[in-house]
Design a protein around this ligand. Structure first.
Ligand code: ZN
Length: 516
């Protein structure tokens, strides 16, 4: 009898355990099934990147993207809204067209920088000039009137348009070393020359504008074939364009050789005054612990030299697709699952830090934040962000992720708190357990990060799909966890430089009136 009782008890216990894990397994299976068999990634990518395009803060396209995301969520039965957190200079990019018109005609590859004060549709035609050899600030001031009526070339002429890995593969070791050494010396001399003017790379621009230049021609090479970084203009009234490495190099050589090249620049844009800025927030309400939150996080804005496909189109797609799948296969989560598509990350995490400041009731009840923002690659590392017990819960959740995805991921515990870089830092600073799902590079830093080449064709959909499954399962596991996650912080090490103990990062004050 006693024996039988034991057996029955053991059987009951076993069946209770297996029903629990069966349900669990079923949801995890369904997440994968939906991700693999009914993926919406390509259509979402097309609508966001091809149809809406880049999402610079303050542009109508950014607003359009927010409205598109809300409509998408609503079509999936997920409640969503745009929450205003600030305002920004409103601006819309128009046509850029740059041609060399003398001594011969050639259309050039280049574009105006963000917030460029546009030209008329007729454009500006003028000769080019390069910076002279500068002795000191007095001689520079004497030279300055020479820029009147001219386009000023403000970037160094690169000695090579081949990236270093290409040199490494093909050059003799001797010529590779020689090129690097010469380039280093040239760069140093270039920087010192500018310094002798009394200005730096940035402050020299207003000086040139004031002296009567009709435009600024820059070229910010991104150390990859055909890739330039496209940031914001620093001129008030005259256009600033970025011209790609070889077109820029050709013009520069022509100026040096006295060919007096002229270019014609049309760089139209619209100043739209001051416009509101938003975060798109969507959520699936929790049923047992609705006041506790699992947050999926990815910034929504981008720079606008390309279409922001990998920064942060792919992170955006991961979070949207994960939410769609969760709503379908796990519609009644234990905790609330919220997604934040933040505005103006690129200017200093402004959307997410505003959200953290505006919603303490959410931030104090966060179970976990999962953020993704470094390109299209599959996730290869997660670190515990300096939370002492992060190992316990992160590794418990990761165990539920299929080995085909998990095997690529290296974990570091307890890790260290993020101090910037992406929106997880906004949450970490407020003491909330926020983790970066850090992906494989795929040459992110040189090829796509803030470049003209950050476009749809660079997306690796298989990797993005893996990240969707990872994110959805981690969100599911975090939501279901029996216990609330610990926020206990590690004791940070002594800073070698100051000799003092490092302190936990503190919340940053968001810029809520930008670009004005
Ligand atoms: Zn980013």
């Amino acid at each position: 009898m006693k024996k039988l009782y034991c057996l029955t008890f053991a059987f009951l216990l076993f069946s209770a355990l297996s029903t629990f894990s069966q349900e669990k397994n079923e949801i995890i299976e369904n997440i994968q099934k939906e991700a693999y068999e009914n993926s919406q990634l390509e259509i979402l990518a097309h609508e966001l990147l091809d149809d809406i395009g880049p999402r610079l803060v303050g542009t109508p396209q950014m607003r359009q993207a927010h409205d598109w995301a809300v409509a998408k969520y609503k079509s999936w039965g997920i409640s969503a809204e745009n929450q205003q957190w600030g305002e920004w200079k409103g601006w819309e990019r128009g046509i850029t067209h740059i041609d060399m018109v003398s001594p011969r005609v050639q259309t050039l590859s280049g574009t105006q920088l963000a917030w460029n004060p546009g030209t008329s549709s007729k454009g500006v035609t003028a000769e080019l000039i390069v910076l002279p050899e500068i002795r000191d600030s007095i001689s520079f001031r004497k030279w300055l009137p020479n820029v009147k009526g001219k386009f000023v070339m403000v970037a160094m002429k690169q000695p090579t348009g081949r990236p270093d890995d290409n040199w490494k593969e093909w050059a003799t070791p001797e010529s590779f070393e020689k090129m690097k050494k010469e380039r280093e010396e040239q760069t140093k001399a270039w920087n010192e020359n500018i310094k002798r003017s009394g200005y730096d790379r940035r402050s020299i621009i207003p000086a040139l504008e004031e002296a009567g230049a009709v435009g600024i021609v820059d070229s910010y090479w991104s150390k990859a074939f055909g890739a330039n970084k496209i940031f914001g203009a620093r001129t008030k009234k005259i256009p600033t364009v970025d011209i790609q490495l070889e077109d820029y190099g050709m013009l520069y050589r022509m100026v040096e050789h006295g060919d007096k090249p002229k270019i014609h620049v049309v760089a139209e844009s619209k100043d739209l005054g001051v416009v509101p800025t938003f975060n798109t927030i969507a959520e699936i309400k929790g049923t047992e612990k609705p006041e506790e939150y699992v947050i999926l996080s990815a910034h929504f804005d981008s720079w606008d030299g390309g279409t922001g496909a990998t920064d942060n189109g792919t992170g955006t797609l991961v979070m949207m697709e994960a939410m769609r799948i969760l709503k379908k296969v796990y519609p009644n989560p234990k905790r609330t699952i919220l997604v934040g598509h933040w505005g103006s990350e690129e200017q200093g995490l402004n959307g997410s830090s505003s959200f953290v400041a505006d919603h303490p009731e959410i931030v104090n009840n966060i179970q976990a934040v999962f953020n993704q923002d470094n390109g299209t690659g599959r996730v290869t590392s997660i670190n515990g962000a300096g939370f002492l017990h992060s190992y316990d819960y992160i590794s418990r959740w990761l165990k539920a992720v299929p080995d085909t995805i998990r095997k690529h991921i290296e974990t570091t515990f307890p890790g260290w708190p993020a101090r910037g870089g992406s929106d997880n830092a906004s949450f970490v600073a407020a003491g909330a357990p926020a983790f970066n799902l850090s992906s494989l590079s795929w040459d992110y830093w040189n090829y796509t990060w803030h470049t003209n080449l950050d476009t749809y064709d660079k997306i690796v959909f298989d990797d993005v799909q893996s990240n969707v499954i990872l994110t959805a399962i981690m969100a599911y596991m975090a939501s279901e966890d029996d216990s609330k996650t610990s926020r206990e912080q590690i004791i940070l090490p002594i800073d070698d430089k100051t000799g003092e103990r490092q302190t936990w990062p503190t919340p940053r004050v968001p810029e809520r009136k930008g670009g004005q």
